[in-house]
Design a protein. Structure first.
Length: 242
């Protein structure tokens, strides 16, 4: 399966990534991608950017190196289910992802608490995608998360870095990921196959997900980022002005 967009990328602004926006776009172009989303971590991530960074993303051109660039964030889901950018900043962005991260004002590890926080984030009208929900360190109840995603038109990510041992390694929970994928397919919840690249050579690198895609019986109809037109339609339907 081939993707046209990578909707989860980090630059030097995240504090623990090592490439610039231009380097990410250039790598995407070389790999034949048509679109990327710059989703640097929200301000509660240690070393992450100040919230003003996200307001100033508007100065970026819409296209770099022939690749459409969505100005976004991977906001941090806090223990109460809120995320770490306010509505003013969120409204200025093309794409809002959100996920649970260690050391970013999240204090729980129980399935119940993780599920409650994730579902509350899904209900935030600005959130477009939940990142790496198949996380061994922060397990969730797949059925509750997919139900909320279906009701609120939110994408669920299948995160490549969680399953690539050369990168992060043991974060990914394969059984949970398969359950999420199968439930998403049944409930018509869109999935996104993303690299979560923190260095430009990993942009678009989702090869470790191919066996999961096959086992879950996913087709292009289940995956939003196999088509930039699907992404643009999804975002416009949510009131984004692209």
């Amino acid at each position: 399966m081939k993707i046209e967009a990578d909707l989860h990328l980090h630059t030097v602004a995240s504090g623990h990534a090592y490439s610039t926006i231009t380097e990410m776009a250039e790598s995407a172009h070389k790999k034949g991608l048509k679109m990327i989303a710059i989703t640097d971590h929200g301000p509660l991530m240690p070393g992450g950017p100040h919230d003003y960074y996200f307001g100033n993303l508007r100065i970026l051109p819409q296209t770099l190196k022939g690749v459409r660039v969505l100005k976004g964030v991977e906001a941090n889901i806090m223990s109460n289910g809120e995320i770490d950018l306010d509505e003013k900043r969120l409204a200025q962005l093309d794409f809002v992802a959100a996920g649970i991260h260690a050391d970013a004002n999240y204090d729980f590890h129980s399935e119940q608490k993780n599920t409650e926080a994730t579902v509350r984030a899904i209900k935030n009208p600005f959130v477009d995608m939940i990142t790496h929900p198949a996380n061994s360190f922060y397990p969730i109840r797949a059925r509750d998360v997919i139900k909320a995603a279906a009701a609120n038109d939110v994408i669920i990510e299948v995160n490549a870095s969680s399953f690539d041992n050369s990168r992060i390694g043991k974060r990914g929970n394969r059984e949970l990921c398969l359950e999420l994928c199968c439930l998403a397919r049944e409930k018509d919840v869109l999935l996104s196959l993303n690299s979560d690249a923190h260095f430009h050579t990993d942009v678009g690198n989702i090869s470790c997900l191919f066996s999961i895609i096959e086992e879950a019986g996913l087709t292009e109809d289940n995956i939003i980022n196999t088509s930039t037109e699907k992404i643009e339609g999804f975002l416009r339907a949510k009131g984004k002005e692209l």
